[in-house]
Design a protein around this ligand. Structure first.
Ligand SMILES: [Zn+2]
Ligand SMILES: [Zn+2]
Length: 231
């Protein structure tokens, strides 16, 4: 896929869209990777606290093991994601997935399967592709793990844009299903679930629950960026 993308799209900076290497020198100066002491559940930096979790993660009881975010969703990262999702910069999947794969490799989790958060048919028709699928496919290639399309949306889900954490949880509940015939494939397996942005975790948590209820051993979440919003 990488070769095909490079053929159709000349190399551009994934964060500002300028022709040339990715990231360009200007964006590189403004990119800050998440590092240091991070929450053992959501992966957000927590500084020198006594507890290994961000306070909201203690309340949430997320079904997944932990999230691996590469960046905060801000500044140049936000711009790059916008180009990727709404402006047709499919080639950003290459830069983004390399960074996500590196983060997973560092964690040494030895997963068996990669999958991704499904989008609704409406959104698929609007955008023409599922960006999380592109990321997952490329991460799978880098890690040499099969990428499998396991999950599907059922029914209608309101856009999350203006919804609170609780509203999102209510809205997504029961709207994710394991595709028929995949129970045996995921049984006892360590799964990496890929999404672009982690906001409240409502959708990734629902996807993780469905995978676990259907026999997966555990779920790790790989995202490009995490929001700084209070959760
Ligand atoms: Zn740039
Ligand atoms: Zn956390």
């Amino acid at each position: 896929m990488e070769k095909l993308i490079e053929f159709f799209f000349p190399p551009r900076c994934a964060f500002c869209g300028r022709l040339g290497k990715s990231p360009c020198d200007d964006c590189k100066k403004n990119i800050r990777f998440i590092s240091g002491n991070t929450c053992q559940k959501c992966g957000i930096p927590i500084g020198d606290t006594a507890l290994p979790f961000y306070p909201s993660c203690l309340r949430e009881n997320f079904a997944f093991e932990r999230v691996f975010p590469v960046f905060y969703y801000e500044g140049v990262i936000r711009r790059g994601v916008h180009l990727f999702k709404y402006r047709g910069f499919y080639q950003n999947a290459i830069t983004f997935s390399r960074l996500m794969a590196k983060k997973i490799l560092e964690a040494n989790i030895n997963a068996d399967i990669i999958t991704f958060v499904p989008i609704s048919l409406d959104r698929y028709l609007q955008r023409g592709f599922n960006h999380s699928f592109l990321l997952a496919k490329n991460i799978g290639k880098i890690l040499k793990i099969p990428t499998v399309d396991l999950l599907a949306r059922v029914g209608f889900t309101k856009p999350f844009y203006n919804l609170s954490r609780q509203e999102r949880q209510r809205e997504i509940k029961g709207k994710i299903k394991l595709k028929k015939g995949y129970e045996n494939i995921i049984k006892g397996k360590k799964i990496i679930l890929v999404d672009d942005i982690f906001t409240t975790g409502a959708t990734t948590n629902e996807c993780s629950k469905v995978l676990l209820e259907n026999g997966a051993k555990c779920v790790f979440v790989s995202v490009l960026a995490i929001t700084k919003l209070a959760r």
